[in-house]
Ligand binder design. Structure first.
Ligand code: ZN
Length: 306
C-alpha cells in the first residue's frame, strides 16, 4: 500500500485540502472558504476522515502551510497556533493541535511561504539548491525559504514583507497601507497598496502605467536587501501581483544597479544568468497545497533528498 500524505493550505480566504504524495500524484482535493475556525477546521477534519476511510488508513501524516503570523517552534507551548492575525476569530487558534487530535496523526506545521518554498525546493524552481527564498506578492507580501537546507526559523519565522525600505515621499506620497508599519515593503508594494495608490485594481493597470516601474523599484530594493542578508542561490517571486510578467525584466535590470557591482556573483553580474536567478514559481498556484504535502512528508521523516 502506498503511504499517502495530507496537506492543508490554510489561507485567510480559503482552505485547500489534498491527499497524495507530490505534484504528479494528488488523489483527492477539497477547497472551501475560511469562515469561523470551528467550522473550517471541522470541514478539514471531515475531508481527511472520509479520505482515510476510503483509502484504508493510508494517510500517515498531515502538513499545514498556514497564513500567519504563526508559532512554528515545536518546543513552544503554543506551537502550531496562528498568533497575532487581524483576521476575526482566528487569533490564538491552535490549528495544528486541533488537526492532530482530530485525526490522531503527526502534523507538520509552518508558514504558507515556508511550505511553498519547501515544495519549490523539492519539485519546482529551486530543486538542487540549499539556500533560496520564495516571496509572494499579492494581497500581502510574505517570504520564506531555506538556508543551508533548512527552512528558515529562529526567533519566530521570517516576515520578509515587513522590512523597511527607502520611501521617497516626493516621488511617491502614498503613506502605505500596513496597519502595523504604514510604509513597510508590504504597505508600499502589496496588491491593495497599488490599488489604493492609483485607484485602480492592479490587474486593470496597463503595462506602461507608472505604477509598474515604482512597483519594480520597491521589489528590487527588497531583493537587494535579501541578497545581502541571506545570500540566496535563487529567488522565486510568486503571488497575484507577479502575474504581471513585465515586472520581471524591470526587476532583473534594477537589482544589479542597486547592488552596484559589490556582490561578485555571476547571476548578479550577468543579465542572462539573472533571468534564471529571479524567477516565477514552477509550481504556480499549486505551490501552496504541495507545500503542505511537503510539510507532511517532513513530519513523517520521509523527504526525497533536497
Ligand atoms: Zn508592515
Amino acid at each position: 500500500m502506498t503511504v499517502l500524505y495530507g496537506g492543508i493550505e490554510a489561507g485567510g480566504t480559503k482552505f485547500v485540502c489534498a491527499v497524495g504524495t507530490g505534484p504528479d500524484d494528488i488523489r483527492a482535493e477539497a477547497r472551501f472558504p475560511t469562515t469561523t475556525p470551528q467550522e473550517t477546521i471541522r470541514r478539514a477534519l471531515d475531508f481527511f476522515q472520509e479520505q482515510q476511510d476510503r483509502l484504508g488508513g493510508a494517510i500517515c501524516s498531515i502538513g499545514i502551510a498556514s497564513f500567519g503570523p504563526v508559532d512554528p517552534n515545536p518546543a513552544s507551548p503554543t506551537f502550531g497556533s496562528i498568533t497575532s492575525t487581524p483576521k476575526p476569530g482566528w487569533r490564538n487558534v491552535d490549528l495544528a493541535g486541533e488537526i492532530r487530535r482530530g485525526l490522531n496523526l503527526p502534523v507538520g506545521f509552518d508558514t504558507d511561504v515556508n511550505g511553498a518554498a519547501l515544495a519549490e525546493g523539492l519539485w519546482g524552481a529551486a530543486q538542487g539548491l540549499d539556500t533560496f527564498i520564495y516571496l509572494t506578492v499579492g494581497t500581502g507580501i510574505g517570504g520564506g525559504g531555506m538556508v543551508g537546507g533548512h527552512l528558515i526559523h529562529g526567533l519566530l519565522h521570517p516576515e520578509m514583507g515587513h522590512i523597511r525600505i527607502p520611501h521617497d515621499r516626493q516621488a511617491d506620497p502614498f503613506e502605505g497601507c500596513c496597519p502595523y508599519h504604514g510604509d513597510c515593503l508590504e504597505g508600499l508594494a502589496c496588491g491593495p497598496a497599488i490599488a489604493a495608490r492609483w485607484g485602480v485594481r492592479p490587474e486593470d493597470l496597463p503595462p506602461d502605467h507608472p505604477a509598474w516601474p515604482l512597483e519594480a523599484h520597491y521589489l528590487a530594493l527588497a531583493l537587494a536587501n535579501f541578497i545581502c542578508t541571506l545570500s540566496p542561490q535563487r529567488i522565486i517571486l510568486g503571488g497575484g501581483v507577479m502575474k504581471q510578467q513585465h515586472l520581471f525584466p524591470r526587476i532583473w535590470a534594477e537589482v544589479p544597479e542597486l547592488l552596484n557591482g559589490y556582490i561578485q556573483a555571476r547571476p548578479i553580474l550577468d543579465q542572462e544568468e539573472m533571468q534564471s536567478y529571479i524567477v516565477p514559481p514552477a509550481l504556480g498556484a499549486r505551490a501552496g497545497v504541495l507545500g503542505a504535502i511537503a510539510l507532511a512528508r517532513q513530519a513523517a521523516g520521509i523527504l526525497p533528498h533536497l
